[in-house]
Design a protein around this ligand. Structure first.
Ligand code: GDP
Length: 138
């Protein structure tokens, strides 16, 4: 599975109409979309997805934001997918993100930062399976 990662285009980017531009950057960087859907997460589902952050001070804000509107969830395939995708999206805080990264171009703040990218192969598999059944992964 080390050639796959998981992403979400977050509610801020969806609201601003940036979904298409972000997907275009993802494809242009050599990632193949092997699963994709648009979903409006309930607070409960967003809380489950981010359970690892439950003790962090921003957890409530994060769950509220991620359930505030639709997202696009996708599984992406490429050699070295997890690391290369983290490079493509840039730092968590867009103020620190490198020029030309998705977060530099589309994110407004550390909370509303346009996209999610898995941080390990193990989490990429867990996160992809959270959204997609085997039949929906190509
Ligand atoms: P990531 O792996 O780059 O997404 O960053 P983290 O795993 O550290 O955090 C997960 C998500 O929580 C981030 O993408 C942000 O949406 C959110 N987040 C992180 N730090 C903060 C913060 O200080 N305030 C708020 N409101 N959200 C945060």
């Amino acid at each position: 599975m080390s050639n796959r990662t998981f992403t979400m285009i977050k509610p801020d980017a969806t609201r601003k109409g940036n979904t298409g531009a972000i997907l275009q950057m993802i494809n242009a960087a050599g990632f193949r979309i092997v699963a994709m859907k648009m979903v409006h997460l309930s607070e409960a589902k967003a809380g489950e997805f981010y359970a690892v952050h439950a003790q962090r001070p921003f957890y409530g804000e994060l769950v509220g934001f991620m359930s505030s509107g639709p997202i696009t969830a996708a599984i992406l395939e490429k050699d070295n997918a997890v690391e290369d995708f983290r490079k493509l999206i840039g730092s968590t805080n867009p103020a620190d993100a490198a020029e030309g990264t998705i977060r530099k171009l589309f994110a407004a703040s550390i909370g509303e930062n346009a996209v999610h990218g898995s941080d390990s192969d193990e989490n990429a598999k867990i996160e992809g399976d959270f959204f997609f059944s085997k039949l929906e992964q190509f």
